[in-house]
Design a protein around this ligand. Structure first.
Ligand code: MD3
Ligand code: FE
Length: 227
């Protein structure tokens, strides 16, 4: 079977997803990181339709950092609460500061996808309350950082990659030190839990390209339990 066929088969039959064959936890990947290749492939078109609909309610926007810079990535959220950044700091807000309305709801199909990915990775009770939607244009990137604005670090983080491929950088508990580079493509899902949950990570500059599902963009959904 061709590689891309294998990926499609896997996600069309998420209930039958065979972790032994398709999920990789080391030695290639650091402890706590599980790559579910193609896990979201069959859902990708629906996810992207939902993303487009949500963008009309809470448009993606660059956010200002406490240091006064602007994120190169455009962001929005869905869920009970959303991650925001401005001169006052990073935090979660129930109301979108741009629209002054609640964020769009987290669709049940999105919740199911995230929960199933977490379950396959050893986290049976993942119930996210926030989903950050990152829109990457060609030339944008996300520098090394930690996710530490959430209350409960025992919950994993689930990320879904859509559209153009990118190289993900995964470091250690400190900003310096070696990083592992993980290539991510359309439909891949990664689950970060345990010790990996606090580690530094980032995304290299998005290279030029054209993807049938998203055009010249990459979209990443980051599911978190923030409250
Ligand atoms: C590893 N976003 O929004 S998601 C972020 O592709 C963020 O948009 C990236 O990092 C993106 O904060 C990567 C994957 C991810 C998210 C959280 C993590 C990886 C993580 C937390 C700890 C370790
Ligand atoms: Fe992050």
């Amino acid at each position: 079977m061709h590689e891309s066929q294998a990926r499609a088969y896997v996600s069309m039959n998420r209930d039958l997803f065979d972790p032994g064959q398709h999920s990789v936890e080391s030695p290639a990947l650091p402890p706590g990181v599980t790559l579910l290749a193609g896990f979201a492939l069959a859902d990708a078109a629906c996810l992207l339709e939902d993303v487009a609909q949500m963008a009309e309610v809470s448009p993606p926007r660059r956010m200002q950092t406490p240091g006064g810079h602007w994120t190169s990535v455009s962001m929005s959220n869905c869920g009970e609460i959303g991650w925001v950044s401005d001169r006052r700091g990073y935090r979660y807000e129930a109301v979108d500061p741009l629209t002054e309305k609640p964020w769009p709801a987290l669709p049940p199909s999105w919740l199911a996808l995230a929960a199933q990915a977490a379950e396959h990775s050893g986290f049976p009770d993942f119930l996210p309350d926030a989903c950050l939607i990152n829109h990457y244009a060609v030339g944008t990137r996300m520098g090394l950082h930690q996710d530490r604005d959430e209350r409960d670090f025992s919950a994993p983080i689930v990320s879904v990659s859509l559209g153009l491929p990118v190289t993900f950088q995964f470091g250690g508990a400190g900003r310096r030190g070696p990083v592992v580079r993980i290539p991510l493509q359309h439909g891949d899902v990664i689950v970060w839990g345990g010790v990996a949950r606090r580690h530094y990570h980032g995304v290299l500059t998005l290279k030029q390209g054209m993807h049938p599902a998203t055009g010249d963009r990459r979209i990443n959904l980051t599911f978190r339990k923030a409250l």
